[in-house]
Design a protein around this ligand. Structure first.
Ligand code: HMG
Ligand code: MG
Length: 329
């Protein structure tokens, strides 16, 4: 287990030594969720299932399959239940499937899917992890969830408790860690304060979202350092996975440089989307559309370039990326 205890991994000899030997990087593929949620065209459920099947073959650690959010807000993912039913029987052993959940209603949707999969296929848990999501900026939180940051956290408390009671892991996203399209610049302390509150609620994994791709290595470094301090040494969660994940969008072409900085600082878990699909609809403004996620192939290249490894099969990921890109007009 990596130890980040101390003010920073760079200043902590034991932590640094552990980081040096830990070269395995965890990959969460978010194309079926983040990749498709902002598209004007609604992709047919069976085509989404084809993408998930292709991603199953890549051996990524986790696939974020869909969201249990209001279909009035995100009609593109209104078929989460049907999609899970289509792919249930084909889930590879050891693969983590996850889904976004904004409130108790969303959790009930995820639990109903698991109950159905148990009944139909004898699967203990089809959805292994739920992701709650808030932001470091009030403007984005209101636009994205019709709630202040504090209100989102109040919603999460019973969701996290029930999810844990059902044996599910919980990821907590913080959006707009660098810049908000509505509120402007965000300070590392703002991100750290939300991170601490999510950790107090008991999340198993913290996921930092550069929602509009504004980060540079210089601006992301203090944010990661601040959050590592808030983690107080918890580099690995009770499920044996890294506690800290980075979720980058690649608007200005700085995502790979940010990955390199994050690897240097000890981050060992990243999100990415096959084909570089994606973007958050509530991060778009009237004049600019929210950009795509860092593409998984680009992320894998950057990780390899830095001398780190993943479990991902590159040929299978190239094939899945082709399918992902083909989903859009
Ligand atoms: P609201 O309108 O304030 O909620 O939305 P409400 O409680 O008044 O409910 C409105 C309607 O939605 C009601 O239906 C509810 O029943 C229904 P009606 O009575 O009008 O027929 N409803 C639901 N239906 C299905 N599932 C649910 C659910 N909840 C309520 N879970 C709410 C509040 C949070 C629901 C809404 O704002 C919402 O769904 N927001 C989701 C927005 C979203 O998904 N954004 C993208 C994900 S975040 C992201 O992409 C960033 C990330 O990638 C990281 C990064 O890049 O930074 C993660
Ligand atoms: Mg995103």
């Amino acid at each position: 287990m990596i130890s980040w205890r101390g003010s920073s991994p760079k200043n902590n000899r034991a932590g640094l030594l552990s980081l040096l030997v830990n070269t395995q990087v965890r990959i969460t593929e978010v194309a079926p969720r983040d990749g498709l949620q902002a598209e004007t065209a609604i992709v047919a459920t069976d085509r989404k299932a084809d993408l998930v099947r292709a991603l199953n073959a890549t051996r990524v650690d986790e696939i974020e399959i869909s969201s249990f959010v209001s279909p009035k807000w995100i009609p593109q993912l209104g078929d989460a239940k049907e999609l899970f039913a289509l792919i249930a029987a084909e889930k590879p052993a050891g693969m983590i499937y996850s889904a976004l959940v904004p409130n108790e209603r969303g959790l009930q949707g995820a639990l109903a899917v698991n109950a159905h999969a148990r009944q139909e296929h004898g699967i203990e848990r089809l959805i292994d992890k739920i992701s709650v999501f808030t932001a470091a900026s009030e403007g984005f939180s209101l636009k994205n969830t019709n709630a202040t940051i504090e209100e989102t956290l109040l919603r999460f408390a019973p969701v996290i408790e029930q999810a844990h009671h059902q044996g599910l892991m919980v990821r907590g996203y913080i959006s707009c860690i660098i810049q908000c399209p509505f509120d402007g610049g965000i300070s590392p302390i703002q991100v750290g304060d939300v991170a601490s509150k999510l950790l107090d609620l008991g999340i198993d994994e913290l996921d930092l979202g550069d929602t509009i791709g504004a980060a540079t290595p210089e601006t992301i470094e203090p944010v990661i350092m601040e959050v590592i301090d808030r983690l107080q040494g918890d580099a690995t969660n009770p499920f044996g996975d890294p506690t800290l994940t980075l979720h980058l969008h690649d608007t200005f072409g700085h995502a790979s440089e940010c990955v390199k900085m994050a690897l240097d600082l000890g981050v060992r878990s990243f999100d990415s989307a096959a084909g570089g699909l994606g973007g958050c609809p509530y991060a778009s403004t009237e004049t600019s559309r929210a950009p795509g996620n860092i593409s998984t192939l680009q992320l894998l290249n950057t990780i390899a370039e830095m001398g780190y490894t993943t479990k991902v099969d590159l040929d299978a990921m190239a094939a899945a990326s082709k399918i992902a890109s083909g989903l859009l007009p």
